[in-house]
Write a protein that binds this ligand. Structure first.
Ligand code: T4K
Length: 395
């Protein structure tokens, strides 16, 4: 630990001239590198509907990620909705309450009943041991999330799916580039959905993708995201407009070249946080599995009950100091009005998810963060979370 001030003044003003630090900030390549791509779009006037940049990016991503097929989308939410359509999922789907609302919203948009199952407190992912008890004759699929980019227990989930003849659709919005046991975690289950939103490790401003295993499924998904058109006069399904534009696809091609550097910087930031925060016993840092390759997309800390400040007080203290953490994922999805009436949404059934949603703050984590910025976040945490005891005045 670096030295920390000996006492934490009760109302410390924000550091003078300190620039605000947000929870994330998109990586953008130098603008001049993007101009040639724009010139090509302007020259061809092909803006969307499966143009050359889209086709190039689908192939480049499949190679980079180590997956068979990629279907690009306008965003991950429409990709999730379409993935459920593609596999004709209905009835009930088992999912996690500890995620961004889009996960469960995609079920409601398909008229599917979400069934929430608690998480494993160590991984923040669906607890496979709790899945079987939630299966009913109406269950058709499981929709787990690789939360914060940490791989789910994909083998255990697949065993259950196989036993009960269920589909598995992974919300892999956080899992770009993540590997489990030497291969892409995106190859697990039937389909995986990626997000390329501005706040994600790999961004195309807005964007998303479905990863699938065979060409037939890819063709079906490609029809579904284009209104169901197969050719000029044939519509085979009530599809949607989920297409990614050439602008986003071109940016993705360029962003891909920067990914090794982006991931390396994220790993460095993760390491600094880990080293600095190890000394604060009331703050728990994430433990990434050693055998897997993670993407350092988030840095979730847990504020333990014996911390000098509550999670929310610590969150506010950071904010006063110009540092925006985020309470991902508070409230739980199951606490939002459209879900809280579901039998599976009861707090008593979701103790670990509830506790995590009350204890976690995601700290700033993005490649543009300097070492000094990371140390500034750690300094504030050190002062606020573990204040030095105020010694009585000597007589
Ligand atoms: N499944 C999961 C598990 C997800 O986490 C998400 C999205 C989805 C599905 C759906 O994916 P998409 O349909 O979006 O592709 C953000 C994102 O909007 C959302 O995409 C993301 N998850 C979620 C976890 O986080 P907010 O409300 O926290 O974003 P916002 O706008 O407050 O941004 C956070 C910070 O990032 C800002 O303080 C500043 C910075 N920022 C943000 C944007 C948008 C920038 O510097 N530039 C920007 O353009 O939800």
């Amino acid at each position: 630990m670096s030295s920390r001030p000996s006492a934490w003044p009760s109302a410390t003003p924000p550091q003078a001239n300190a620039k605000p630090i947000t929870v994330t900030q998109p990586h953008l390549p130098p603008l001049e590198e993007f101009l040639p791509y724009l010139e090509q779009i302007w020259a061809s006037k092909i803006l969307t509907n499966g143009g050359p940049f889209l086709r190039q990016l689908e192939a480049a991503l499949a190679a980079f990620l180590g997956v068979p097929y990629v279907c690009l989308f306008a965003n991950a939410t429409v990709a999730l909705v379409t993935a459920l359509q593609a596999l004709r999922i209905g009835g009930e789907v088992i999912t996690t309450p500890y995620s961004f609302v889009a996960t469960a919203h995609s079920l409601l948009w398909n008229g599917i009943k979400p069934v929430f199952v608690d998480i494993d407190p160590d991984t923040y992912n669906l607890d496979p041991d709790k899945i079987e008890a939630a299966i009913t004759p109406h269950t058709t699929a499981i929709m787990p999330v690789h939360c914060y980019g940490r791989p789910c227990d994909t083998e255990a989930i697949q065993r259950i799916a196989d036993n009960y003849n269920l589909k598995v659709i992974y919300d892999a919005a956080h899992a770009f580039g993540v590997q489990r046991q030497g291969q892409s975690v995106l190859n697990a289950g039937d389909l995986s959905i990626l997000s390329f939103h501005a706040t994600k490790v790999f961004n195309t401003f807005e964007g998303g993708a479905i990863v699938c295993r065979d060409l037939r499924t890819k063709q079906h998904i490609d029809h579904l995201k284009n209104f169901g058109f197969v050719n000029e006069v044939t519509v085979v399904a009530a599809g949607i407009n989920g297409k990614m534009s050439e602008f986003n696809a071109a940016l993705g091609l360029l962003q891909l070249q920067h990914m090794p550097a982006v991931l390396e910087r994220r790993a460095q930031i993760d390491a600094i946080y880990r080293e600095r925060l190890a000394a604060i016993d009331s703050i728990e840092t994430p433990t990434w599995p050693e055998q897997d390759r993670v993407n350092w997309s988030y840095f979730p800390i847990r504020v333990k009950p014996h911390c000098a400040l509550s999670r929310d007080a610590l969150y506010e203290t950071l904010k006063q100091q110009g540092i925006s953490g985020r309470r991902y994922f508070y409230p739980l999805i199951s606490e939002f009005p459209m879900y809280r009436g579901l039998p599976s949404a009861q707090t008593a059934l979701l103790p670990h998810a509830t506790q995590a949603s009350r204890e976690v703050i995601c700290l700033p984590q993005y490649p543009g963060l300097s070492d000094a910025d990371v140390h500034r976040v750690c300094d504030v945490l050190a002062m606020a979370a573990a204040p030095a005891k105020v010694l009585p005045l000597a007589a």
